[in-house]
Design a protein around this ligand. Structure first.
Ligand SMILES: Nc1ncnc2c1ncn2[C@@H]1O[C@H](COP(=O)(O)OP(=O)(O)O)[C@@H](O)[C@H]1O
Ligand SMILES: [Mg+2]
Length: 336
């Protein structure tokens, strides 16, 4: 079963079906992504939310085909613009990555080479794509226009700076500029604001949302924070232990959450009301299961306050409880 909000498939940028990514480890196979299906339409944004270790980064890396050597593609398909990314050759992947398909990472400092000025870095990115036949002055103009798009003040000065001369927020803006330089269809942003101050975080989220709307870009936004996800996404997929537990429009996740795990995650978001009442934050009791031998049945059952006998035995299939609102939980099986 595949999730899709709209009936029309023509506008689909990405469709993942039954994806399984395992890692070979000393204790056996780590089932990091275990049967994930989702789809994204052109110009829309999907947040993937879950606790640390739930498989979000693995999913992002699989789409980019940036998996480490010990990863095994154990099943499924990743159809991007009509082609299965999992069966492309290295040469075909090179043509895709950084052009049609781009990624922004959590740590901006680690993604920029300290010995190159911002201008050299961006020129290199452009020359591999859109700027291949541009003159030096055209390249400079294009770089300045890119830095303006990501709202960097004094772009000419910034081109002449080294990464260490910029703040974390500015570095992340430069990396976003690089990610949009060659006009991608899909950008994956993996916790892009987690290393930044809260005020800078909000500006970067606003920028990503603005770029998506202006450029018709699709965005996959990976975060452990539901509150952050709400600011940039049309849809939210809640991931737990390698599986999607619930996928729905952002407003439905907040207003009518169905999965017990989603409800518990919502209680972990800080609110002013809770602070005033000194209620503090709810933590979800227990921890993620060992992914080399995940619990049988529903993977969340050992931590679920609503767990029933069958939850230990039956792995729940996604059920569409309302249009575009999918939940994988036996509580809803009479709605299937
Ligand atoms: N290269 C690797 N080798 C073995 N296990 C890994 C590797 N990368 C991630 N994992 C494991 O896969 C699971 C999912 O990790 P990850 O995708 O990074 O989750 P998230 O991004 O949600 O924190 C975790 O149990 C993690 O320890
Ligand atoms: Mg991660």
């Amino acid at each position: 079963m595949t999730y899709s909000i709209q009936e029309s498939r023509t506008d689909e940028v990405l469709r993942i079906s039954g994806l399984k990514i395992y890692y070979k480890g000393d204790l056996g196979l780590v089932k990091a992504v275990d049967g994930v299906s989702l789809s994204i339409n052109r110009g829309s944004s999907l947040a993937i939310v879950g606790e640390s270790g739930s498989g979000k980064t693995t999913l992002g890396h699989a789409i980019m085909r940036l998996l480490p050597y010990n990863a095994v593609i154990a099943g499924g398909e990743i159809i991007f613009n009509g082609r299965n990314v999992l069966s492309l050759s290295k040469e075909e992947l090179r043509k895709l990555r950084g052009y049609r398909l781009t990624m922004v990472f959590q740590e901006p400092s680690a993604a920029l080479n300290p010995v190159f000025k911002i201008g050299s870095f961006l020129k290199d990115v452009l020359k591999k794509g859109k700027g291949a036949s541009m003159s030096e002055s055209e390249l400079k103009e294009e770089m300045i226009s890119l830095l303006r798009k990501v709202r960097i003040p004094s772009p000419e000065e910034v081109l002449n700076k080294y990464p260490h001369e910029l703040s974390g927020g500015m570095k992340q803006r430069v990396l976003i500029a690089a990610a949009i330089a060659n006009g991608p269809d899909l950008m994956i942003a993996d916790e892009p604001t987690s290393a930044l101050d809260v005020s800078v975080q909000a500006q970067i989220l606003k920028l990503l949302d603005e770029l998506r709307a202006k450029m018709g870009l699709s965005l996959i936004f990976i975060t452990h924070n539901l509150g952050v996800a709400a600011q940039v996404s049309d849809q939210i997929a809640v991931m737990y232990a390698g599986k999607i537990m619930e996928l729905a429009p952002t407003s439905s996740i907040f207003e009518t959450p169905k999965h017990p795990y989603t409800s518990m995650l919502l209680k972990t978001i800080p609110t002013i009301r809770r602070e005033l009442k000194k209620e503090g934050l709810a933590a979800i009791p227990g921890s993620l299961p060992d992914l080399t031998s995940p619990p049988p049945g529903c993977r969340f059952h050992p931590r679920c306050p609503m767990a029933m006998e069958d939850c230990r035995k039956v792995d729940p299939e996604p059920i569409e409880v309302e249009k575009g609102h999918f939940v994988s939980c036996l509580l809803y099986r009479d709605k299937a």
